[in-house]
Design a protein around this ligand. Structure first.
Ligand SMILES: [Fe+2]
Length: 279
């Protein structure tokens, strides 16, 4: 286990940001928290006793999701997978689910989310890809990760790293935090705006978090009806031999093949513009 020293020295920036104000309000006990301790987004209203909204909604008065430093343990080319565990993986099972929205609170399909985290002992796998994986939001803008609660390591509170990138947009690098962690009070990187809502589910935990990307959207556009597959298209799959002109969908987004190839994991259409174009 190696301390993530460069993350330990990040500290706050000098701006008087919403993050700073929110942290101050949390310390003063003036920010309402959900059961489980997370900062509420509108779609989590169910935790307050009201039924959840039928349509995902990011109208919590917040701006785009805050960014955080990448730290020293990111590795590119993580496997495409939504589960980072097997039946024998040690650790407390955790699911993390939510939506990715743009600024107009419309969910975004086909968003790349690349997660990495420590194992239950607080160690990152730098020789392989344990506890690393990327996925794409589905047609409703939803994602879902199956993993374990990451272990603690010196200098940091409990957290999960993630990069979030909508098609054709810049990368948001950030971290997700757990409520009721003693080290949240001492980790200078901790940002309460990045708290997940976490609840117990038997011996496991269920976390939720919605990302809001700084992407302009037109609120008056007919929203949220998921796109339908173009005629003749199929869902992209590794191992398939594609010919130029073939049409697929991936993460709810339609793509057209530009040159014949045999698809491989890691060559998902959003990753290889030489092979696929949208449309
Ligand atoms: Fe970390």
């Amino acid at each position: 286990m190696t301390p993530e020293t460069t993350e330990d020295t990040g500290g706050e920036d000098c701006r008087i940001s919403r993050k700073t104000l929110l942290k101050a309000a949390l310390m003063a006990g003036t920010v309402p928290l959900l059961a489980g301790g997370g900062v509420a987004l509108a779609r989590d209203a169910g935790a307050t006793g009201r039924p959840p909204a039928p349509t995902p909604n990011c109208d919590d008065g917040d701006g785009p999701t805050h960014d955080q430093m990448e730290g020293p343990y990111f590795k590119p080319n993580s496997p495409l997978r939504t589960s980072l565990v097997t039946d024998s993986t040690p650790g407390v099972r955790l699911t993390v689910s939510g939506y990715v929205f743009g600024r107009a609170c419309k969910p975004i399909p086909g968003v790349l989310l690349d997660f990495w985290q420590a194992d239950t002992n607080g160690a990152y796998d730098m020789s392989g890809f344990a506890f690393r994986g990327h996925q794409f939001t589905d047609r409703s803008g939803a994602f879902g990760l199956t993993t374990i609660v990451p272990g603690l390591y010196p200098g940091r509170t409990r957290h999960i790293h993630v990069k979030v990138q909508a098609p054709g947009s810049s990368v948001l690098t950030t971290q997700l935090y757990f409520p009721d962690e003693p080290r949240n009070n001492t980790d200078t990187l901790f940002d309460p705006a990045l708290l997940m809502n976490v609840r117990d589910a038997g011996s496991a935990k269920q976390g939720t978090f919605d990302f809001v990307l700084d992407i302009a959207q037109t609120p008056t556009d007919p929203p949220t009806d998921p796109p339908t597959d173009p005629p003749g298209s199929t869902t992209w799959a590794a191992g398939t031999l594609y010919s130029a002109g073939d049409r697929v969908t991936y993460g709810g987004v339609a793509y057209r093949c530009l040159q014949a190839h045999s698809a491989m994991a890691g060559w998902e259409p959003p990753n290889v513009p030489a092979l696929w174009e949208r449309g």
